[in-house]
Design a protein around this ligand. Structure first.
Ligand code: NAD
Ligand code: TYD
Length: 375
């Protein structure tokens, strides 16, 4: 294994970003590269179906950036990277992240999210306890675990929003595997003193989002004139956060968060799925001339519900606001507009993703399984 070794050239933090070719990870890499050019960034990503090297290609020429294709379950590789790059900050995004895929095949979720996080923690613990990186950096050594609000389960209509003290009650194989990884990260702080931080965030949307998730899927289906499948009655609620606001929150948590603490992150944007899709359709009708089907609301198709579909998520981000001074800046209407603009301007990014594997997945979810259209 050879990497460009640049130990001495950078004066700031030295970050290992796992899953940096995925949706939130790539947005975070761009955020950090723009704000902290003195820092070194190493991205470790297995480039699964959800990882996209082209999301980072514009950074390849930067001397403080290194992309490594590899698996978080590969402990020798991780140890090598931690030592060789003198990493002092791990931002852990790598995961299997889609609920529908976890219903179709939960095994990879346990492997990557639980075993992978464990492997990463063990490698980090070993390097950290041996005094690596150098003492110079040890006071700001951090392990940030990026997690989800789905670990808390489902809220009723009148329940208070999730916060840091909400008990865990995961309902899908995805959220259960993320809950398992959260518990391991917590245990490494309490048992070994590893300076870990956990964030539990609500649904993100924005650029570089793989088109299996609700917003990019609907955006692309409208452009292609394909049906817009709404699970169940469309009254499920999600608290939508524009991905760039999430990146700002993660930045603050790394730099100013208290080790051992968890932070809930949310957009204060609770919206019913059907209302969200109506808003998206109306914006697409306004922004895109000559859509194949107009008005695009005509494409809405109610399909059988997702098994175990959580009814409502909502986040109370008071702790992040009062302790670290964060609040979201982009509301849903503005965020949707920016997202649509991005998907219109970056068709070369998403068109290759509609591959054979994608079509097979799509068929499994929407045609052959319990998700069959109701009409
Ligand atoms: P994503 O699926 O878009 O990206 C995941 C990335 O991890 C991909 O680049 C993939 O190639 C990589 N990866 C998968 N398995 C790997 C392995 N074994 N080794 C190395 N890399 C591997 O996910 P995302 O939406 O960007 O989510 C990132 C993190 O944020 C996840 O941990 C997820 O649980 C969490 N999260 C997501 C949301 C959301 O709305 N998307 C909300 C809250 C939290
Ligand atoms: P998704 O983007 O998969 O995120 P999550 O399940 O992690 O919240 O789904 C967001 C919401 O949209 C969720 O309530 C499920 C619903 N949904 C649909 O109604 N149709 C779809 O085709 C998809 C992908 C999701």
């Amino acid at each position: 294994m050879t990497f460009t070794n640049t130990h001495s050239s950078f004066s700031g933090r030295r970050l290992l970003i796992t899953g940096g070719a995925g949706f939130i990870g790539s947005n975070f890499v761009h955020h950090w590269m723009q704000l902290y050019p003195q820092d070194r960034i190493v991205v470790l990503d297995a480039l699964t179906y959800a990882g996209n090297h082209s999301s980072l290609v514009s950074l390849e020429a930067q001397p403080n950036f290194q992309f490594v294709q590899g698996d978080i379950c590969d402990r020798p590789l991780i140890e090598h990277l931690l030592q060789e790059e003198m990493i002092d900050t791990v931002a852990h995004f790598a995961a299997e992240s889609h609920v529908d895929r976890s219903i179709l095949g939960p095994e990879t979720f346990v492997q990557t999210n639980v075993v992978g996080t464990f492997t990463l923690l063990e490698a980090v613990r070993q390097c950290w306890s041996q005094g690596q990186p150098s003492a110079k950096f040890s006071d700001h050594y951090r392990f940030l675990h990026v997690s989800t609000d789905e670990v808390f389960g489902s809220l009723g209509p009148e329940d208070p929003a999730f916060c840091e003290t909400t008990p865990y009650a995961p309902n899908s194989p995805y959220s259960a595997s993320k809950a398992g990884s959260d518990h391991l990260v917590r245990a490494y702080y309490h048992t070994y003193g590893l300076p870990t931080l956990i964030t539990n965030c609500s649904n993100n949307y924005g650029p570089y989002h793989f088109p299996e998730k609700l917003i990019p899927l609907m955006c692309i289906n409208i452009l292609l004139g394909k049906p817009l499948p709404i699970y169940g009655d469309g009254q499920n609620i999600r608290d939508w956060l524009y991905v760039k606001d999430h990146c700002r929150a993660l930045d603050l948590v790394i730099r100013k968060g208290v080790p051992g603490e968890t932070y809930t992150v949310g957009g204060n944007n609770e919206v019913k799925n059907l209302d969200l899709i109506h808003a998206l359709c109306d914006l697409m009708d306004e922004m895109v001339p000559d859509l194949p089907v107009y008005p695009s609301r005509n494409l809405i198709t109610f399909v059988k519900d997702r098994p175990g579909h959580d009814r409502r998520y909502a986040i109370d981000a008071t702790k992040l606001k009062t302790e670290l001074g964060w609040s979201p800046t982009v509301n849903v209407q503005e965020g949707l507009r920016q997202t649509i603009e991005w998907y219109l301007e970056n068709q070369q990014w998403w068109k290759p993703l509609l591959s054979e594997e994608y079509q097979t997945y799509y068929q499994q979810v929407y045609d052959n399984s319990s998700y069959t259209a109701l009409s």
